[in-house]
Design a protein around this ligand. Structure first.
Ligand SMILES: CC(C)(COP(=O)(O)OP(=O)(O)OC[C@H]1O[C@@H](n2cnc3c(N)ncnc32)[C@H](O)[C@@H]1OP(=O)(O)O)[C@@H](O)C(=O)NCCC(=O)NCCS
Length: 135
């Protein structure tokens, strides 16, 4: 087997719940329980970007929308063994391109303070004020 299969990015590619649940748990913790990702993505997302090395899912991000001008970037994740190699940046750039190709005018994202450099680099996003409430 090729130890370095090519990296491939895709938009709205079919995913299986187990692989996204595992990637999400690896990045954010949690019990790694199975979440119904495929159903949720189909119902609530403008689209999602997958990054695969061979068949392995190594990166993911999700773009949800109000159906109009606004979209929100969620769950930008790169597998722990693949971080720091540009995959995260590419995921975000792919998502932005897809938003540009649709009706979206504003792409929102929020993040922990230490990720400012990741999102602000190269003038991609600019800082704003926002609010959040835990329901
Ligand atoms: C955040 C995350 C998606 C970044 O993905 P990545 O593939 O490691 O990032 P990249 O290799 O594309 O890095 C792109 C740039 O952002 C910078 N960067 C990456 N992670 C960073 C971090 N945690 N803090 C500050 N800068 C960071 C890199 O140094 C790089 O800068 P450079 O181009 O000047 O070298 C990844 O670390 C991850 O999945 N983390 C856990 C989940 C998470 O917190 N997701 C964000 C939810 S808001």
């Amino acid at each position: 087997m090729d130890p370095h299969p090519p990296l491939r990015f895709a938009w709205r590619e079919e995913i299986i719940d187990r692989e996204v649940s595992a990637l999400h748990a690896a990045a954010f913790g949690g019990d790694g329980g199975l979440e119904p990702w495929a159903e949720r993505l189909e119902h609530y997302s403008l689209g999602w970007v997958t990054a695969r090395r061979g068949e392995e899912l190594v990166g993911f991000c999700n773009v949800i929308t109000d159906g109009g001008r606004h979209a929100f970037l969620l769950d930008v994740i790169v597998g722990p063994g693949h971080q720091g190699t540009g995959i995260g940046r590419s995921l975000v750039l792919h998502a932005i391109e897809r938003c540009r190709a649709s009706h979206v005018e504003w792409l929102h994202v929020d993040f922990e303070a230490d990720l400012g450099d990741f999102y602000m680099a190269d003038g991609l996003f600019r800082r704003t004020t926002a609010g959040i409430l835990r329901i």
